[in-house]
Design a protein around this ligand. Sequence first.
Ligand SMILES: Nc1ncnc2c1ncn2[C@@H]1O[C@H](COP(=O)(O)OP(=O)(O)O)[C@@H](O)[C@H]1O
Ligand SMILES: [Mg+2]
Length: 221
Amino acid sequence: MLKVENLSKEFQSAGQKVVAVNQVSFEVPTGVFSVIIGKSGSGKSTLLALLGALDKPTSGSIKVDNEDIVKMGDKKLIQYRRKKIGFVFQNYNLIPNLSAVDNVILPMEFTGVSRSRRREKAAKLLAQVGITEDKFNRKPSRLSGGEQQRVAIARALANQPRLVLADEPTGNLDSATGEVIIKLLKHLAYTKDTTIIAVTHDDGIAREAKQIFHLQDGSLV
Ligand SMILES: Nc1ncnc2c1ncn2[C@@H]1O[C@H](COP(=O)(O)OP(=O)(O)O)[C@@H](O)[C@H]1O
Ligand SMILES: [Mg+2]
């Protein structure tokens, strides 16, 4: 489903060339939870940004369902990001003045889900990630870290993405809550027939993954 070939990303920093991602190739099938592990500065976030089309590679290809996103024009890329990708962040990045359910509804406002269906879909997703109805109308500040991350995962799934990208999704959670979130992501990959890639520097999380990619200085080892 995802096929990355010879992917590289170079930055110019203070006149110096930094190779953040260096000739990376890998494949992830649909329905698989995989993990990219590596130390700080190894290129994990850069690689994830390339996969999510938030940044352009210097060279290489990224095929999602056989379509190379590196070659897509800007208009198509916007659609790709909205419809095919879900993002989960370490800091959850929920909109603070929207309720849990409205945070999940938000991405559907850009993809043509009818107004009447949005709330119903959001409620279903929240239930699937273990958020009970009494919390649907709470603002993020009135939810625990683990609950906020569950809402963020529901939001990432709102448009049935083919690929969910999670950058250090458990970085702000205690280890027991982190484990629950990782098990949830793993379960969702399988049941929703989506591909989930999580970035981490935690070996415990990596053990839950079906595939582990180890990044070191921008290269897979
Ligand atoms: N926009 C940028 N400009 C210059 N260098 C960058 C930029 N983004 C990342 N880098 C460099 O690329 C390398 C990989 O960074 P990053 O992908 O953030 O690593 P990780 O997420 O594994 O900590 C680091 O050396 C970092 O300093
Ligand atoms: Mg990072």
